[in-house]
Design a protein around this ligand. Structure first.
Ligand code: NAD
Length: 352
């Protein structure tokens, strides 16, 4: 049985992320250790999650289950208002805890409720989607959306613990799994692992690799000024592909698939700039293929619009900025010439 405990080191706000089949059964022991004075635990999950055969959380203290909308629909200020109103009606105090059970949308909104209700209460994340396990639940970034944009209102609030329960992934729909696989493959490459490593590793190893990377980067860079930016590997093109998606020409790519295409492009751009050789590109494609992820530009993607959208990427600071592999590891490369980007994109688009 796989059981890995990964430390997120943030002084007195340190906590562990546990990767395990059945990690959800550790909620009670986490509450005993991290919130010993808690008398009430409020478990918050969408109905979609509550209907899964594995759902059932033992907290060892008095507990209540509250229901929030499923997925992105939960990430609104009105859900936050109704949720925190219910917490107040339940008389949840600062020594009590919230337990979020679900995907990244659930951990984002429950995390934000925990950050703001009574100016901060403890929260435990039981991450049940692959995206939540390898990314969203770890690191303390919480947010809801506004009509004008995603994740515009939020806070940093570290959880008391994160439980990545591999058993719950059995019921995760395939489309949702693919979304997480893209981020997971990105982490695999960022840690210098190869396709050969992938073929001799288990799925749990790959989840653990991503959790360890995120934990390390968050520990050294909680608020994203330095190394945490490496997690944007593949995201410059991914965001542009998604912007095109939003502009009304559906590409039908899950975020993780867009990241995979972005990672494949970043490898080619790094080779074009002389930072890596051709074997890095083929190994990247092989890593993506290992997890059945795309490594080609969707035929419908408009190259001009993609270059423009990459220039607008909020993390690009108005120049074309990419996280790229290089001889000394990964780094942010600023001021990449639009003509280089365009040339690599053209060539990438011709690959089939
Ligand atoms: N805070 C961060 O650092 C961070 C990082 C990455 C993503 N995010 C956020 O995470 C969200 C995406 O996360 P997500 O992909 O998990 O989306 P999600 O929470 O919407 O979950 C996707 C779907 O899968 C279902 N689901 C989850 N686990 C399941 C299971 N085990 N069995 C059956 N169904 C299950 C959910 O109910 C939902 O319908 C976005 O809102 C994104 O902004 C946040």
């Amino acid at each position: 049985v796989v059981r890995v405990r990964v430390a997120v080191n943030l002084g007195d706000r340190s906590y562990d992320a546990v990767v395990e089949e059945g990690a959800r059964h550790e909620v009670a022991s986490l509450i005993r250790h991290r919130a010993p004075d808690a008398q009430l635990a409020v478990i918050i999950a969408p109905a979609q999650i509550q209907s899964q055969p594995w759902f059932g959380i033992d907290t060892s203290v008095r507990s209540t289950v509250l229901t929030i909308p499923d997925g992105e629909a939960a990430k609104t200020l009105s859900v936050l208002e109704s949720l925190t109103t219910q917490l107040s009606e339940l008389r949840l105090s600062r020594r009590d805890v919230l337990v979020a059970v679900g995907g990244g949308a659930t951990t984002d909104v429950v995390g934000f409720a925990a950050a703001t209700y009574l100016r901060g209460v403890g929260v435990i994340h039981v991450a049940t989607s692959l995206v939540a396990q390898v990314d969203a639940a770890i690191g303390g970034k919480t947010a809801v959306n506004l009509a004008v944009g995603k994740n515009l209102v939020g806070a940093f609030h570290q959880p008391l613990g994160v439980l990545c329960d591999l058993e719950t992934l059995a019921t995760l729909p395939e489309r949702e799994r693919r979304s997480g696989l893209g981020e997971m493959a990105k982490c695999w490459l960022l840690t210098g692992r190869t396709a050969r490593d992938a073929s001799s590793s288990s799925f749990a190893d790959a989840v653990t690799c991503a959790v360890e990377l995120k934990a390390t980067l968050v520990s050294t860079d909680e608020r994203e000024g330095g190394q945490r930016v490496l997690l944007n590997y593949g995201h410059t093109l991914a965001h542009a592909l998604e912007a095109e998606h939003l502009a009304g020409r559906p590409l039908d790519l899950r975020h993780g698939e867009a990241v995979a295409v972005g990672v494949a492009f970043a490898a080619r751009l790094a080779r074009h700039l002389g930072r890596v050789d051709a074997s890095y590109v083929s190994d990247t494609d092989a890593v993506l293929a290992h997890w059945h992820l795309p490594s080609r530009l969707p035929a419908v993607a408009d190259r001009d619009e993609l270059v423009t959208a990459m220039g607008r990427d909020k993390k690009a600071h108005h120049n074309l900025t990419f996280v790229l592999a290089g001889a000394d590891g990964f780094g942010t490369v600023d001021n990449v010439a639009p003509t280089d980007v365009r040339a690599v994109l053209e060539e990438f688009g011709r690959e089939r």
